[in-house]
Design a protein around this ligand. Structure first.
Ligand SMILES: Cc1ncc(C[n+]2csc(CCOP(=O)(O)OP(=O)(O)O)c2C)c(N)n1
Length: 370
């Protein structure tokens, strides 16, 4: 295959020399890999070199989460399962990663790992992202060239262990009948309601942390997360755009109640323009992520609670249908009903964010270097 923007042969050879000597190379795929449709080349590269692959939130799905080399998404708040894969790594192959996606201190705390940076343009660097070799060019072409320059290796065994940790947490979530709902239950039911190629858009907030870390994603650009600058208010108007662009897919906007109140006026657009829209609001009557960070960083919490309108009545006032979940078992059938409907539906799911701090405590205590 001929690619435009072919990588330089000398850059490829310098990177191959590092990879041949690597004891435990790990791959991080970012936004650029998804945006540049590098998923197929990435899978070929992972299968040949045996590397375990994590993605950033923006790269979610560029390697399917059920691929044997996949470790899922890298942790953002603190550590998460996929971070274990980087603890013992000596080389990081970063593919389409950009510094603003997340702070590399989390995967290269001592700045001692060798980094091969593959992207269409040179890397921005910092003390934890100091590039040993940059390969600039078409991402798929660069991956194929590097693959051809290194010997095949057996698959990294750690990836399967990490997939198991994620699957176990989701399985427990699926069984969790508590009300307000556990975040894991909402993620599990969201996954069950959508097909592999359907598209979910996730707003920023605690909701994003849960969806990004746990929602199994099988193709690039099927779980679109507001990250980087992380603007609130992206998912609902974003879903209108996705519905128009991909009328063949079912589309779900997932948002916290704070973000919902920043963009809910666009329900009017959906009703007026007859654009199918389903919105799932994780309701905690607060800025859940800010509360979570305050607890972690200052130990005190202030000014993060607010009162919602009665959202089902609010939705009805636009001519949309509102659903208020009142028990855990109602969520999945309601999601299915709304997604099968061509109209505009807003589903309110009360969430138990006591799980936020439990999660960071649990992950902080967990060390499982692979
Ligand atoms: C436009 C904008 N304003 C403020 C912020 C800072 N911020 C990030 S998350 C968040 C709270 C989000 O609350 P909510 O939408 O209810 O989601 P939750 O965290 O409760 O899941 C805030 C205020 C932001 N990212 N974007």
């Amino acid at each position: 295959m001929v690619y435009p923007e072919a990588p330089s042969a000398s850059q490829v050879e310098r990177a191959a020399a590092i990879l041949r000597e690597a004891r435990n190379p790990v791959l991080l795929a970012g936004h650029g890999a998804a945006r540049n449709h590098a998923g197929a080349a990435l899978a070929r590269f992972a299968e040949h070199t045996g590397v375990a692959v994590a993605t950033t939130f923006h790269g979610k799905g560029v390697l399917a989460d059920d691929h044997p080399n996949s470790m899922g998404a890298i942790g953002f708040m603190r550590r998460d399962y996929a971070n274990f894969g980087f603890d013992q790594a000596d080389v990081i192959v970063a593919v389409g990663y950009e510094l603003q996606e997340f702070d590399p201190v989390k995967i290269n705390p001592d700045g001692d790992k060798q980094i091969i940076h593959i992207h269409r343009f040179p890397a921005e660097v910092d003390a934890h992202y100091s590039v040993a070799v940059g390969i600039e060019g078409d991402i798929s072409g660069s991956l194929d060239a590097l693959r051809e320059a290194v010997p095949a290796r057996p698959p990294h065994t750690g990836a399967a262990k990490i997939r198991e940790l994620v699957a176990d947490e989701l399985f427990r979530g699926q069984q969790d009948d508590r009300f307000p709902l556990s975040p894991q239950r909402i993620v599990a039911d969201t996954r069950a309601a959508l097909g592999r190629d359907d598209i979910v858009l996730v707003d920023t907030g605690a909701v994003k942390m849960w969806m990004a870390r746990l929602y199994p994603t099988y193709a690039a650009n099927t779980c679109l997360v507001s990250n980087g600058l992380s603007t609130m208010g992206f998912s609902l108007p974003g879903a209108l755009g996705v519905s128009l662009a991909r009328p063949d897919r079912r589309v779900l906007a997932v948002t916290g109640d704070g973000s919902f109140l920043m963009h809910s006026q666009e329900i009017e657009t959906a009703v007026r323009e007859r654009i199918p829209l389903t919105v799932l609001v994780w309701e905690d009557s607060g800025y859940g992520l800010i509360e979570w960070k305050m607890r972690l960083e200052t130990g005190t919490v202030s000014n993060v609670r607010f009162t919602n309108p009665e959202i089902t009545q609010y939705a009805a006032s636009f001519g949309a249908t509102g659903y208020h979940i009142t028990q855990a078992d109602d969520l999945l059938p309601t999601l299915r009903k709304a997604l099968d409907d061509d109209g505009v539906s807003i589903i309110v799911a009360p969430v138990d964010y006591a799980e936020n701090i439990n999660l960071t405590d649990h992950l902080g205590a967990l060390t499982d270097p692979l």
